[in-house]
Design a protein around this ligand. Structure first.
Ligand code: ADP
Ligand code: GLC
Length: 483
């Protein structure tokens, strides 16, 4: 135990205020876990239209901020709220940039001024520290939307005594999203143009916010051990292998946890009947309710599989579509909740049946009901930096069938029917043939009541809490400060 640190967590989404995926879960849970370790934590995100000011009792601060964006000065208002008592949250309000229907753009698209929006936000993060007099030891930035903050600190604010002791961490949640913008956006950032080169903020001719964070942060983290190694290989690195290899001694893999105050079948307000490892019976009522909800034919002996997912190539939707066409629905039923690429949405929308339940959209209560009521979750991801959904599923006694990549490799232990150890079923190499074999193995275990009970109990009792991961973040923060 050392002295408490001042830690700023900066992100473009934070649960419960704004969420499109796991980034929000992490940035909502990690600050709480760090607070419980005794640190002073401040969280900062944009004030989007979806954030309900009165519900969260947000109050505007008296001082405003004024951020240079190109030749203009753009005013912003800071609102203050809290994540839990003791963990304040600052919301950066700027109507023109953030009072919009979506966070980044309509499904499958990006707002054309995203560079400008997040140039404003990344510099507002720094100015907000001064306004609130929060002198951070650590600014933990997350993903491309916050990638420029470390650049500002190392250049325009390099001699600002307020940040003399501040060090930056850049946490990578997904290299597939980089914030790549035309170089014409460079003047909007008001950074020296000399930074626009391959050793700086440029990547293959573009102004790249993720690359910027990778180059200018003091330390890098990513969200699982296996992903931290995969991304050193060109096939997983989305063209960032050069910079990542040059910084590999600064790169740490810390596997995410899940937030038990949100995900716990013993306390979940959304599900039909609460349950636990000691009293697992309630899960049967949850399954029945789920079958009814999707109007699926009630077939006692059939396992119910599910997916709760962004519908993108990353998530292996192509493989699931092929499996649906060829074999999956013969011996199992499937419910899928998700939204994303039009071709995936269209496929599932047009195949709704008594065996296949489909809801296209984003619906948190339904996600809880699906994970509680299903027997299996499918996550055949092409790549998966960590993945939270498989851990949420296991916490609800729902057995994962996944590819053996990234955080899936680290969190899903292959079930061994001889020893009764393990948590799910993993396939590798990535192909329909191997996926299909694992589904067959999973169904064999499902039909053996004794084996099945053991496996479900293993999932229900596994630990995916944040405590251990938060301690690892603390260790990395201290190491960064000691350098
Ligand atoms: P990713 O961040 O790549 O989308 P994760 O598994 O890390 O994947 O996290 C996804 C998060 O979003 C989980 O909390 C999951 O429950 C939630 N989620 C995904 N799709 C939906 C949806 N359509 N409706 C509600 N929640 C969803
Ligand atoms: C990203 C990744 C996912 C990870 C999440 C939170 O969205 O796709 O694997 O769990 O971030 O770190």
């Amino acid at each position: 135990m050392g002295s408490p640190l001042n830690i700023l967590i900066a992100a473009s989404e934070v649960h419960p205020f704004a969420k499109t995926g796991g980034l929000a879960d992490v940035c909502g849970a990690l600050p709480k876990a760090l607070h419980h370790l005794g640190h002073n934590v401040l969280v900062i995100l944009p004030l989007y239209r979806c954030v309900n000011i009165s519900q969260y009792d947000l109050r505007p601060l008296p001082q405003t901020i004024s951020i240079p964006v190109g030749p203009k000065k753009i005013e912003g208002i800071l609102y203050e709220g809290e994540l839990i008592p003791g963990v304040p949250v600052i919301f950066v309000a700027q109507e023109k940039y953030f009072d919009r229907e979506h966070l980044y753009g309509p499904p499958g698209k990006a707002y054309p001024d995203n560079a400008e929006r997040f140039i404003f936000f990344t510099r507002a993060i720094i100015e907000a520290c001064k306004v609130t007099q929060f002198k951070p030891d650590i600014i933990n930035c997350n993903d491309w939307q916050t990638g420029l903050t470390p650049v500002y600190l190392k250049t325009l604010y390099a001699y600002d005594s307020f940040f003399r002791k501040t060090r930056t961490i850049f946490s990578l949640h997904n290299l597939g999203y980089q914030g790549e913008f035309d170089r014409n956006n460079m003047p909007l950032a008001n950074l020296p143009f000399s930074l626009f080169n391959p050793a700086g903020v440029e990547s293959f001719g573009d102004f790249n916010f993720l690359k910027s964070g990778l180059v200018y942060s003091d330390i890098l983290t990513t969200v699982s051990k296996t992903y931290s190694q995969e991304i050193l290989q060109p096939e997983h690195a989305f063209r960032m292998d050069g910079i990542l290899n040059s910084r590999k001694t600064d790169l740490f893999g810390i596997t995410n946890g899940i937030d038990y105050s949100e995900w716990d079948p013993q306390r979940d307000p959304w599900i039909k009947e609460k349950f636990s490892a000691a009293k697992p019976q309630g899960k049967t009522a949850c399954k029945r309710a789920l079958l009814d909800h999707f109007n699926l034919k009630s077939q006692r002996d059939q396992p119910l599989m599910c997916m709760v997912t962004r519908m993108t190539t990353q998530k292996g939707i192509d493989l699931v579509m092929a499996a649906v066409e060829q074999f999956l629905l013969k011996d199992a039923q499937l419910v899928i909740l998700g939204s994303g690429d039009a071709r995936f949405e269209e496929f599932f929308r047009t195949r709704k049946s008594k065996q296949l339940g489909v809801f296209i959209g984003f619906d948190e209560p339904l996600a809880h009901r699906i994970l509680a009521g299903s027997d299996f979750i499918l996550m055949p991801s092409v790549y998966e930096p960590c993945g939270l959904t498989q851990m949420q599923a296991m916490k609800y006694g729902t057995v994962p069938i996944t590819s053996a990549v990234g955080g899936l490799e680290d969190t899903v232990v292959q079930y061994n029917y001889k020893t009764g150890e393990g948590l799910g079923f993993k396939f590798s190499p990535y192909s329909l043939e191997f996926f299909s074999k694992r589904v067959t193995d999973a169904l064999t275990v499902y039909r053996d009541a004794g084996q099945w009970q053991t496996l479900v109990q293993n999932c229900l009792t596994a630990d995916f809490g944040w405590d251990r991961s938060a301690q690892e973040y603390e260790r990395v923060y201290r190491l960064t400060l000691a350098r």
